[in-house]
Design a protein. Structure first.
Length: 274
């Protein structure tokens, strides 16, 4: 199930929707309220125009709107309204539906109104039984798109934690390679973290030996200065996914840089002059 926001970075062109349909994927995507489409003269040409054609009086006489109760993780609920609108090829009985969801059908507030396109058929649509995707009522469409903030928030945290934003100025090919390597490293660590403890093979080499570097002869490193952290490592070694960096962080946190004495050219800079 695709659940994305129809903004420029994700593309809002018709080719994007055609690609989803050709792939046989079910989707719920957002449309910009003023995104124009072809339609006969005198009919709506944008999602917001289609929303304004829906009848509404009040909560007791909702007209074309259906009440939808949204449930949030903290336990509170919100009362929304949703409706199937008609716009060009969009319609309740069409292969692609235009669903409008809002907190106020009379005013359609910008910050609390969604214009959604989906290929999930309406339960009462003639093609619902033959559709490859399960039917979905208005409440289900609103629920599916309501997952978007959690998806985007989780993606942002994962991107920051895994370093997906650390490619700086690189080519598109280099960025894709960087993300592939990050994904491989994360998958490896994830697998090792949740792998059940098994029997140790006494004949297998230790991936993180206590003595000796990975290759070459053992060289004694120079004595570190006060400006460097001490006691972290004494040569290149293989990183084991189950070893934790708490001791390293503690050592780094305990170090304080030693202030440098002023150079000869600055020794008399602050002298009192008579």
């Amino acid at each position: 199930m695709f659940n994305i926001r129809g903004q420029r970075p994700y593309s809002v062109s018709d080719d994007w929707y055609f690609a989803l349909r050709e792939a046989g994927l079910a989707y719920v995507v957002a449309l910009k309220p003023h995104r124009g489409t072809w339609a006969p003269a005198g009919q709506p040409h944008t999602p917001i125009e289609a929303a304004h054609t829906l009848t509404w009086r009040d909560a007791r006489r909702p007209g074309d709107w259906t009440p939808v109760e949204r449930h949030f993780r903290d336990g509170h609920t919100e009362s929304w309204w949703a409706a199937d609108a008609r716009l060009g090829g969009y319609g309740r009985d069409s292969p692609c539906r235009l669903v409008v969801a809002t907190t106020d059908p009379a005013r359609l507030p910008e910050k609390a109104t969604w214009y959604l396109a989906t290929n999930l058929p309406h339960p009462d649509a003639p093609h619902a039984a033959a559709s490859p995707h399960p039917p979905a009522d208005l409440a289900e469409i609103v629920r599916l798109y309501g997952l978007r903030p959690w998806i985007e928030q989780s993606y942002k945290q994962i991107k920051d934690e895994l370093g997906w934003a650390d490619f700086q100025v690189r080519s598109d090919r280099a960025i894709r390679r960087h993300q592939a390597l990050v994904n491989c490293a994360f998958s490896f660590c994830w697998d090792q973290w949740f792998a059940p403890p098994g029997h140790l093979d006494a004949t297998a080499p230790d991936p993180c030996p206590d003595e000796g570097p990975e290759r070459g002869t053992n060289r004694t490193p120079p004595t570190p200065t006060a400006l460097l952290a001490q006691g972290i490592t004494f040569g290149p070694r293989l990183a084991h996914p189950c070893h934790h960096p708490e001791p390293m962080v503690a050592i780094l946190d305990g170090q304080r840089p030693t202030p440098r004495p002023p150079g000869p050219d600055r020794r008399g800079h602050h002298r009192t002059r008579y």
